[in-house]
Design a protein around this ligand. Structure first.
Ligand SMILES: [Fe+2]
Length: 268
């Protein structure tokens, strides 16, 4: 049985003494799933896993998605490559949960750092359940019946504006019209409530004023440092986040160094 070492912050735990090049036992799977729901993001160090290992580990948690906008590893369409360097700086700057432009956004993602720059390139995680807990009673009641619109087009506006961007992403645009999600969602395992908006994909709240006062209030609230944990990568580190309860954000401070990550996203 592996060891769980909490970060000491509002979310996150390190999983020690578990070798992901080997198939995990049913018992370990159950404990990991519980830990993921409880601590919201799990971290692993020194996991020299193959593409096959990555896929096998992810597939224990559900079926795997392919991403409409990113390149993938040859022969492994479920492994997305996130590679940034001098020519290709990261375009994602905002706090977000992944793919909330879908009706059923993913359960989570398993991201491994393959080439980590010498300095910088951390990832920030933030707890949406702890942010919910801190809302006033009045806000909790008011938000309970409200919905927000999440949109692929809104989230990928910079890519769409690039030369040929609209043509390249035409299918993804067509397949992903804007969707509405309740602002307050309940986590299916822990039963905790979370604030379900994010700056990358949430274009507006239904019934908000023209300036987006409610949405801006929520962004200010959920982006407070007290809900966050900042993870420093090493080669072969893994972060496995519960996309139902955390926000994440890359820290793009390593340019022009190369950073290569590989990610599998698991369906809910
Ligand atoms: Fe992401």
């Amino acid at each position: 049985m592996f060891q769980i070492e909490q970060t000491g912050y509002q979310l996150g735990a390190f999983i020690n003494d578990l070798n992901l090049t080997e198939k995990i036992s049913d018992e370990d799977f159950k404990s990991l799933y519980k830990a993921l729901s409880e601590y919201e993001v799990l971290f692993f160090r020194d996991q020299k896993i193959s593409f096959d290992n990555h896929r096998r580990f992810a597939s224990a948690f559900g079926s795997m998605q392919t991403h409409p906008a990113y390149p993938t590893v040859e022969g492994f369409p479920e492994i997305t490559i996130l590679e940034n360097d001098k020519e290709n700086p990261s375009k994602i700057e905002e706090w977000h949960t992944d793919m909330t432009f879908k009706k059923n956004p993913p359960l989570g993602s398993i991201l491994i750092g393959k080439i980590i720059p010498e300095t910088g390139g951390d990832t920030m995680f933030s707890s949406l359940s702890k942010a919910y807990d801190d809302l006033s009673h009045e806000w909790k009641e008011r938000l309970e019946e409200m919905n927000a619109i999440h949109s692929f087009e809104f989230g990928f506006k910079e890519s769409l504006e690039e030369e040929g961007g609209r043509e390249r992403l035409a299918d993804a645009l067509k397949e992903n019209p804007p969707v509405s999600h309740p602002i307050i969602k309940r986590h299916p395992v822990t039963g905790r409530k979370v604030i379900y908006v994010n700056r990358l994909f949430t274009s507006h709240i239904e019934g908000d004023d023209a300036g987006g006062s409610i949405l801006n209030f929520l962004f200010d609230h959920i982006h407070q440092e007290k809900y966050q944990y900042r993870f420093s990568w090493e080669n072969n580190s893994i972060a496995f986040w519960d996309n139902r309860s955390v926000l994440h954000k890359p820290v793009n401070d390593y340019w022009p160094q190369l950073r290569r990550m590989e990610r599998i996203t698991i369906e809910s």
